[in-house]
Design a protein around this ligand. Structure first.
Ligand SMILES: Nc1nc2c(ncn2[C@@H]2O[C@H](COP(=O)(O)OP(=O)(O)OP(=O)(O)O)[C@@H](O)[C@H]2O)c(=O)[nH]1
Length: 243
């Protein structure tokens, strides 16, 4: 191993709107790579450990290797502004199961703009699905534009929702100025193999000291329905609420 090899596991973030298939994608990665890589997973949910329980029940990884962070009202704060709970969870996982190769961190998804801080993850995947409509990729946002990989998920559903996957991928590629876009379905083995190859390649580059964590940029201000409803922004310095 080169002397510049990092001392800890690669931390890989998975963000995207609710229901686009983040937990399922993580289950797919675990199923595909658990035989060759030592993996751990951290989930972020507002008030529950639902995603962690889903992943444990999927039987793709030792349940002890899946930890849940409960984020409270804004699930984005814990992956962007105050990342302490996630950092501690990642460090705990790594010390309990040393050595790990990859720790995957799932964001609690509720809008299009969630991004991870580069202080928490080394690389991030943003997940859209065809059921959200073919236009979503064109609308952009920091995760869509600048995550390390954009996944257009559930391509098996495209014929039923009238989405042209090739066009959606072309729009996404143009919104990302050529950055990688992967059309994925858990039922399409070729696409799963591409996802697996992408994770392997990022890990190899991270281990060689050649990978730089990119900040996709802060999230746009967004609304939360809890506590009577408030608009909320993560602009890097101030963490503001407007009721
Ligand atoms: N048809 C199809 N359905 C999928 C695929 N991947 C996920 N799903 C389904 O999409 C739904 C949402 O998947 P999840 O993995 O729970 O999505 P999520 O983004 O983790 O959801 P939240 O954690 O609630 O934000 C579930 O019913 C999955 O079974 C896929 O490739 N094809």
């Amino acid at each position: 191993m080169p002397s510049s090899a990092p001392a800890r596991a690669l931390r890989l973030g998975v963000a995207g709107p609710v229901g686009t298939g983040k937990s399922s994608l993580i289950a797919t990665v675990c199923r595909a790579l658990a035989g060759e890589l030592r993996l751990g997973v951290i989930t972020n949910d507002i008030y529950t450990d639902e995603d962690a329980r889903f992943l444990r029940s999927a039987g793709v990884l030792d349940p002890e290797r899946i930890r849940a962070v409960e984020t409270g009202a804004c699930p984005h704060t814990a992956i962007r502004d105050d990342i302490t709970a996630n950092l501690l969870a990642a460090e705990d996982l790594e010390s309990d199961f040393a050595p790990l190769d990859v720790v995957i961190i799932e964001s609690g998804g509720d809008n299009l703009t969630a991004t991870f801080s580069p202080a928490l993850v080394d690389a991030q995947i943003f997940v859209l699905d065809v059921a959200g409509g073919g236009d979503v990729a064109r609308k952009g946002g920091p995760g869509i534009a600048r995550a390390d990989l954009l996944v257009v998920n559930k391509t098996d559903l495209a014929p039923y929702v009238g989405v042209d996957v090739a066009q959606m991928v072309a729009d996404a590629t143009s919104a990302r100025e050529g950055g990688p876009v992967l059309a994925l379905s858990r039922t399409d083995e070729a696409s799963v193999a591409q996802l697996k190859a992408w994770v392997r390649a990022v890990l190899a580059s991270y281990r060689a000291g050649e990978h730089t964590a990119i900040d996709p940029g802060p999230m746009a201000p967004h609304f939360h329905a809890e506590e009577g409803g408030y608009t909320h922004s993560h602009d890097g310095s101030a963490h503001t609420h407007t009721h």
